[in-house]
Design a protein around this ligand. Structure first.
Ligand code: 5RP
Length: 237
């Protein structure tokens, strides 16, 4: 991506992260998503806590990354063993279709993300406008978390379903990406995903699959960051 495009994407992510953080209320339990867009939301929630605008907020992290950022920005943490509900979850996505169905898992955190996001009263998705697609799977491969010993049979099964699977490899790390749960991630190219709800269930039914990155019917609100006339703005999708 050229440098100016990277700068514009950063502006969109920052704007949408700030808008999401503004929707968090005092006395609430917040699901803390993973990724570079959510990182801005965590930063601004932290700022609102530090300047006294917000109080009595606790977060449930969806990944090691979210946990580290929450500590950095001073957001107190809790776990699903302690709370019985989540008021709002804020999380990014890799693709969003017109029905607000998502592909997630660009950061290999989709298993914990789905647990937390699905439990929230309001699941608020934060994306830049480049994430909006007509059909899921058109720009991003579908991530599937798999238990290591089941890697080969699951790859074969994904091929039988019409996909082209590849094991996700690490960057600045030799060998495959290992998830926060100690598993592997297969990224699958599908020519078309016509029925995301059915595909989500079919893949999760393969023995050895922990979770896939299709989030169907889970998102409540999608905030989209855009740049119009060089200025960042946010709209509700
Ligand atoms: C991590 C995710 C992220 O939310 C998704 O990849 C979006 O990331 P970013 O905001 O960095 O574009 O699903 O597993």
């Amino acid at each position: 991506m050229p440098e100016t495009a990277i700068d514009l994407t950063k502006l969109m992510k920052e704007a949408v992260g700030r808008a999401a953080a503004a929707r968090v209320q005092s006395n609430s339990i917040v699901g803390l998503g993973t990724g570079s867009t959510t990182a801005y939301a965590l930063q601004f929630i932290g700022e609102r806590l530090q300047n006294g605008e917000l109080s009595n907020v606790v977060g449930i992290p969806t990944s090691f990354q979210a946990e580290v950022l929450a500590r950095k920005y001073g957001i107190p943490l809790t776990t699903l063993d302690v709370v019985d509900r989540i008021d709002i979850a804020i999380d990014g996505a890799d693709e969003v279709d017109p029905q607000k169905n998502l592909i997630k898992g660009g950061g290999a955190a989709h298993t914990r993300e789905k647990i937390v996001d699905a439990l929230a009263d309001v699941f608020l998705v934060v994306v830049d406008s480049g994430k909006l697609v007509e059909n899921l799977g058109s720009t991003f491969l579908l991530p599937v978390e798999v238990i290591p010993m089941a890697l080969t049979p699951v790859m074969r099964a994904l091929e039988k379903l019409g996909g082209q699977p590849e094991l996700r490899m690490g960057v600045k790390k030799a060998g495959p990406v290992v998830t926060d749960q100690g598993n592997l991630v297969i990224d699958v190219k599908f020519d078309r995903i016509d029925n995301p709800a059915e595909l989500e269930k079919t893949i999760n039914n393969l023995p050895g699959v922990l979770e896939n990155g299709l989030f169907v019917g889970v998102a409540d609100v999608v905030l989209v960051g855009e740049v119009i006339d060089g200025k960042p703005s946010v709209r509700e999708f």
